[in-house]
Design a protein. Sequence first.
Length: 343
Amino acid sequence: MSTVSEPAPPQAAPIVTGGTIRLRHGKALLRHVGGTLGITLPVFFIATLITFLLGVVSGLDPAAGIAGDAASPETVARIRADLGLDQPVVFQYLHWIDGVMRGDLGTSWFNGVPAFELILQRLPISLSIAGVALLVGVVFGLGLGLVAGVRHGGRLDRAITLFAALVSSLPPFVVAFVLILIFSLWLGWLPSSGYVPFADDPIGWLAAVSIPAVALSVDVIADLARQLRTGLVVALSENYVTGAVVRGLSRRRILFVHVLRNASGPALTVLALKVPMLIGGAVVTEAIFNMPGMGKLAADSALRGDVPVVQGTLVVSILLILACNLCVNVLLGVLQPAARRRS
């Protein structure tokens, strides 16, 4: 007698809780950070290799300068051997990068002081200018872009767009000269040169870095404002905004919780691209305002052929740029989950 088997009871669907969703998002964010680090590390080693090769192809030899004009060829050869300059380029690079990984950036060829010590003395000045410039650029750039995007097509939008187009065409040194003329010579509010450490006088420090920082931040303000405005205009026209309005969500919640995070991607990308400009612009601004920062140290060392110091400043600049780009990529992954899925 044949028997009819009863159908198996349906399996219960897996329960997805808020904790499970947060765990998935956390794992996705960790994968995004890991992928970003996987790109950052090769870029660092390639950039340091190029930095080292720049010193090699310069053809500068410190041995003759250290030994003096009256030194014998044997003395010059001994100094070259002590400095490791008689070894193949590959071994020189491996020795140099090993020192870099341990925090040893070499020793100045002219005064015998470790390059890291010289850079550490100048780094706070450059970081002060670039940091304040970045802060001013982010605050005013995102603020203007937010106003222009929300007021799309209005007078404020056109005024901000015109302002961004005008200031983006001005080089930082031109803006610096204009600010010196207005705030230093005419009004007498801010100093036109010099630097005051923050620990000695916070107000004096802020007054000293204000003009160079604002001069560097103008281009950042313009580009961030334009990119955020464009992103907001596109995001505000999406269907999910209409659905949120129909569900009765407030305009403020729609803008700051949903629209802004989706519209911030292009602005954050531009911000990552502007960080090298801020660090590189320190060379010009420090020369204009007579500030003994890392940029001026690199320029002076390049003029006198102090290769280890120049290489050290480039390595520190590379580290700062990669660290800022890493932070921006992580922030982009937090604000936009789609960026994590693409990584």
